[in-house]
Design a binder for this molecule. Structure first.
Ligand SMILES: Nc1nc2c(c(=O)[nH]1)N[C@H]1C(S)=C(S)[C@@H](COP(=O)(O)O)O[C@H]1N2
Ligand SMILES: [Mo]
Length: 510
């Protein structure tokens, strides 16, 4: 078993070292992990996001390492007498890894090299190590015997253990070193630092003051970039050097366009205060953030390309092969859709799509906000189903009217009397006109809304709950959007078109 695990360590180490030459996504673990992400059935994916949140990737990779170790140990055990069997298991695993790496979008033939190297070295290691295990390897031995005569058996056992342990350590070192080398070789932090984003052609006025008086614990009106949620399928972040980046606009257009990053920065840049949210957010969930985006106007570029009659879907493609479809009519209806290059005054962080992503107010991220964008295709809904639609999600992706109680925190203990209740509400691109709360199913009461900063971002609200009496109480919230529609109380899960239902919080008044 130890020989199997050591051989796996060597295989992964070889894979990481070769991947440092062939590119970050080609490491066998990451390639197999990415294939797992794409093949995972929607309910399991939902469960993972729900249970592990933004840690889902770490959990997946950890699970892969544990599974690999268990399989390798089992392979070692089953091939103690037939090393060739263990070698075959490793070779097969290498082929699987090669297949997974070749199946990644944009993968060239060299993408298979790390997994092939891993398979070969793993197989060779298992052969070498198992040859050293004596046919009748002692599993126990009496201390007396050892004291009396430290014979060849003991030596062999020690030698085998030392060789196995040393091999394991060498493999692990190679894996860690290979990953670090790759991270350095493909680091684009320096390239990102040199990017100079021009100011907006017509800057927006500063945002209005947040809700008064300020409420401790309430989300700030704009989310700090460090605190901005991240949701994507990328196990390794795509690293795109803006000097080599280009965006192609093609499909049902009269004049396909190819824009470099400099071309994009020469466009008049627009600002957009906007709340981005994820369709996977549960009622009251955290996958939402508000920022000031800066970018080129997407509708203007589409008009320049000349959209042909009959097209109704705009598909964004990312460098890592993600596809995201947005209703074309909405993109062109006058809303401020952007090809964003900056958020909150700085170039996009790599995790949020550097160097360029799309933002279309009114739609969940999976239906509008392609990160690491490299292509826009004008097409039809009939002709093409993007990534999430193929997995059963709603093809439209319009944001539901949503409200959230942030203060008091769930299960908080608050003193009797007057209690401040506060939170946020959003119905992106429709806007919020009212937020009401009620306690213990009583009458709905209007809350105080912070100044309206536009329909594309959330509104903070606060409410003074007077005369709170000791005991447990349930506070509920609902919002009304600018079309006059009141948020539905019907509970629905995020799949397939966004969660609905009123958020509620139980507090103990003392
Ligand atoms: N390339 C790429 N873009 C993507 C995704 C992805 O998996 N890959 N996920 C989308 C989803 S589901 C959401 S909610 C938003 C999240 O953007 P953020 O991570 O910047 O908050 O990005 C969208 N754009
Ligand atoms: Mo999302």
């Amino acid at each position: 078993m130890a020989a199997g695990a050591a051989a796996a360590s060597v295989a992964l180490g070889a894979g990481e070292l070769v991947a440092a030459l062939t590119g970050p996504g080609t490491s066998p673990v990451l390639a197999v992990g990415s294939a797992a992400v794409d093949l995972t059935p929607t309910p399991l994916k939902e469960y993972a996001v729900r249970t592990f949140g933004t840690n889902d990737k770490a959990v997946l990779l950890g699970g892969l390492y544990v599974t690999t170790a268990l399989f390798a140990a089992l392979a070692g055990l089953l091939s103690a007498r037939r090393p060739a069997f263990g070698a075959a298991v490793f070779a097969t695993a290498g082929l699987l890894g090669a297949w997974a790496a070749l199946a990644r979008p944009g993968a060239g033939a060299s993408a298979a090299a790390p997994a092939v190297a891993a398979g070969l070295l793993g197989a060779a290691t298992v052969l070498v190590l198992l040859r050293r295990v004596p046919a009748t390897a002692p599993t126990t031995r009496s201390p007396d015997a050892a004291d009396a005569a430290p014979g060849p058996r003991t030596t062999t056992r020690r030698a085998v253990l030392a060789a196995t342990g040393g091999t394991f350590a060498a493999g692990t070192l190679a894996a860690v070193g290979g990953r670090a080398w790759s991270d350095r070789r493909f680091d684009i932090g320096a390239a990102r630092d040199t990017v100079r984003i021009p100011p907006a052609a017509k800057p927006l006025p500063p945002l209005p003051a947040p809700v008064r008086p300020t409420v401790p614990g309430l989300s700030p009106l704009t989310t700090r970039t460090e605190d901005f949620y991240r949701v994507d399928t990328a196990l390794t972040l795509p690293r795109i050097d803006p000097r080599h980046w280009a965006l192609r606009i093609r499909g049902m257009v009269d004049h396909p366009l190819l824009l470099t990053f400099d071309d994009l920065l020469r466009e008049p840049l627009e600002e957009l205060d906007h709340t981005l949210s994820c369709v996977s957010n549960e009622v009251g969930g955290p996958y939402v953030g508000t920022t000031r985006w800066l970018g080129a106007a997407l509708p203007a570029l589409l008009r320049r390309a000349g959209v042909r009659a009959g097209a109704d879907q705009l598909v964004g493609r990312s460098q890592d092969g993600m596809t995201i479809g947005t209703p074309l009519e909405s993109v062109l209806d006058g809303r401020r859709a952007l090809l964003a290059v900056a958020m909150d005054g700085a170039a996009l962080p790599v995790a949020h799509g550097f160097p360029c992503r799309s933002v279309v107010p009114g739609f969940y991220g999976y239906a509008s906000a392609t990160k690491w964008l490299v292509e826009l295709e004008v097409t039809t809904f009939a002709a093409y189903d993007p990534y999430w639609v193929r997995r059963g999600w709603d093809r439209t992706g319009a944001v539901r009217t949503t409200s959230r109680i942030e203060v008091p925190a769930p299960f908080a203990r608050v003193p009797a009397g007057d209690v401040t209740v506060a939170g946020t509400a959003w119905a992106t691109h429709r806007g919020i006109t009212a937020v009401e709360v009620r306690v213990d199913g009583g009458p709905w009461q209007q809350t105080v809304l912070a100044t309206d900063a536009g329909p594309d971002l959330w509104r903070q609200w606060s409410h003074r709950w007077t005369g709170a009496t000791p005991g447990a109480h349930r506070i509920e919230v609902r919002a009304t959007d600018a079309t006059g529609a009141v948020q539905t109380g019907d509970r629905a899960a995020p799949f397939p078109s966004g969660a609905t239902g009123w958020h509620s919080t139980v507090v103990t008044v003392t």
